[in-house]
Ligand binder design. Structure first.
Ligand SMILES: N[C@@H]1[C@@H](O)[C@H](O)[C@@H](COP(=O)(O)O)O[C@@H]1O
Length: 240
């Protein structure tokens, strides 16, 4: 039976604050936490709140180790649409996290298979992820695990679906520049995290939200794998 905890937020700001509270509590209890981070527009407010908490002295990233969920294949880390750039811009450059403790899949690697295996190994060596934040794709993907991805998947290379390409093209200067492939932590890699928060915001996510709420577990809805995890909190707003 699913043990997902559902929290409705008043609005996007409230959702970001509620997610930030969980992060702050985690980092105060365990300053050397291993945190799993997500990109996309949804967690931007959470990162903004975390930067504020850092400036207020409530939280430090000095001993934090981070792993990002995914990155496009063949993208330069300096490209503004890359997830490397995104993370620096929204979080890393504003806080005291140490560069050597930051991990983002190496989509620019010339040996992607090895990059995937190494990533999984690094998560293991860090002691596993304590707290993982997730967004959700309009088709219910988590990370870049598209519908049909086996639930036992580890970090791997994916072909992005048309729905994801259409949803994410807006971040690229020219829509045709958007890569068709990505590296993503697998569904099993995500489920290995000790605690997970999923953020859902806005009406474009209504269908994915409705399907997740049914409780039906199916590979057609990657996020439904979360029903099998013992400690998931979903914070949502803008869906009915
Ligand atoms: N790989 C990311 C996901 O991790 C993210 O959850 C999703 C939703 O993005 P947004 O929050 O912008 O809707 O976008 C991308 O596809």
């Amino acid at each position: 039976m699913s043990s997902i905890k559902w929290i409705e937020a008043k609005d996007y700001e409230d959702l970001s604050k509620k997610a930030c509270d969980i992060f702050v509590e985690q980092l105060q209890n365990k300053p050397n936490s291993v945190i799993g981070l997500a990109t996309g527009s949804t967690p931007i407010g959470l990162y903004k709140e975390l930067v504020q908490q850092y400036h207020s002295g409530n939280v430090s990233f000095k001993d934090v180790v981070s792993f990002n969920l995914d990155e496009y294949v063949g993208i330069d880390p300096n490209n503004e649409a890359s997830y490397h750039y995104f993370m620096n811009h929204h979080l890393f450059k504003h806080v005291d996290i140490q560069k050597e403790n930051v991990h983002i899949p190496e989509g620019h690697s010339s040996d992607l298979e090895t990059a995937c295996r190494t990533y999984e190994q690094q998560i293991k060596e860090a002691g596993g992820i304590d707290l993982q934040v997730l967004g959700i794709g309009v088709n219910g993907h988590i990370g870049f695990n598209e519908p049909g991805t086996p639930f036992d998947s580890l970090t791997h290379i994916v072909e992005l679906t048309q729905s994801t390409i259409e949803a994410n093209q807006k971040y690229f200067e020219k829509p045709e520049d958007m890569p068709r492939k990505a590296i993503t932590m697998g569904i099993q890699s995500i489920l290995n995290a000790k605690k997970i928060i999923l953020l859902i915001s806005g009406e474009t996510k209504q269908e994915a939200y409705d399907r997740l709420r049914t409780g039906i577990i199916t590979e057609d809805l990657p996020a439904s794998a979360l029903h099998q995890h013992p400690d998931v909190t979903v914070i949502y707003t803008g869906v009915k």
